[in-house]
Design a protein around this ligand. Structure first.
Ligand code: PAF
Length: 288
């Protein structure tokens, strides 16, 4: 059953409107999926919508560039935004509702006094490089869960640490939301799709392939029998150590604790981060 499927994609800007529509969906017995995004949509986001459609009757997407998850020196002001284009894409994929609030709607009293403390999963990798980032992510996602009360929410594997933290938050805070993680969608040359790819000049775009190339090499080493995680880390790091790329980290971690592993085993995750010019890129691959 798709309660509002015939109505097309509805655009709303306020929490009250969302609550009213979700009430109607619930009243007609529909289940609710939420795809939280910061907009500037690409095929990676669309794959989350497709997964949402498989899992629930009614699919909502939020588009909100959340200031709370950007550090003072990060790209909040220049983060790409194009609501018209996003709406076209959402319509094309049958999203039932797009929630695109202003900052004042999400944070009417400024930055919230009470926020979500991420804990140990946020201490390393992105959390170490971007202090406060995951507090901002978890707080806005908790707010979105509180606004929509979705049955299921879908996130992309590209942000592996983020997805692990959100899953853990839903569990630890009994939010009653099933957290689904959908696979990374890649460009034909391997680069993981990201809204931030738009920042890359043609030369930088070429250099950015170092991340996925490194992961491919790591996967190949693992397939060839290498189990020493330090050897895999060194191989990832080497792949990032090329002119025009500034490596951030190269890790092999346990998928649940995100702690570095000594021996690589199926299910462990290779994670890389690097700066290409002014653009920060991340990528990962799960060992098969
Ligand atoms: O992954 C993102 O786009 C954002 O971090 C999220 C989950 C929408 C929260 O702002």
């Amino acid at each position: 059953m798709t309660p509002t499927a015939t109505a097309g994609t509805r655009l709303v800007h306020t929490v009250d409107e969302v609550r009213a529509v979700v009430r109607q969906v619930r009243a007609s017995g529909g289940t609710v999926a939420l795809v939280p995004t910061m907009g500037y949509l690409h095929e990676g986001h669309m794959s989350l919508v497709d997964r949402a459609r498989e899992l629930a009757d009614w699919v909502a997407m939020s588009i909100f560039v959340n200031p709370m998850q950007f550090g003072p020196k990060e790209d909040l002001a220049r983060y790409p935004r194009d609501l018209e284009r996003d709406l076209e894409m959402a319509r094309g994929r049958g999203v039932d509702l797009v929630f695109a609030p202003e900052v004042g709607e999400m944070y009417p009293h400024g930055e919230p006094q009470v926020s979500v403390v991420p804990g140990a999963l946020a201490e390393r990798m992105e959390g170490a490089i971007r202090p406060g980032h995951f507090r901002g992510v978890l707080t806005v996602v908790a707010k979105l869960f509180g606004i929509f009360h979705p049955d299921v929410a879908i996130f992309g594997q590209k942000d592996f640490q983020q997805a692990a933290l959100i899953r853990r938050m839903a569990l630890d805070l009994d939010q009653g939301v099933r957290v689904e993680v959908a696979p990374i969608v890649r460009e034909p040359d391997g680069l993981a799709m990201s809204s931030r790819n738009v920042y890359l000049s043609p030369e930088e775009r070429e250099r950015a392939r170092a991340l996925s190339r490194g992961l491919e090499r790591g996967l190949a080493l693992f397939s060839a029998g290498e189990r020493d995680a330090d050897v895999l880390r060194a191989s990832l790091w080497n792949a990032l150590s090329v002119p025009g790329v500034e490596p951030g980290y190269a890790e092999v971690v346990d998928p649940l604790t995100l702690e570095p592993v000594v021996q690589a085993a199926p299910g462990a995750v290779l994670l890389v981060a690097a700066n290409v010019g002014r653009t920060r890129l991340i990528d990962n691959a799960v060992l098969p």
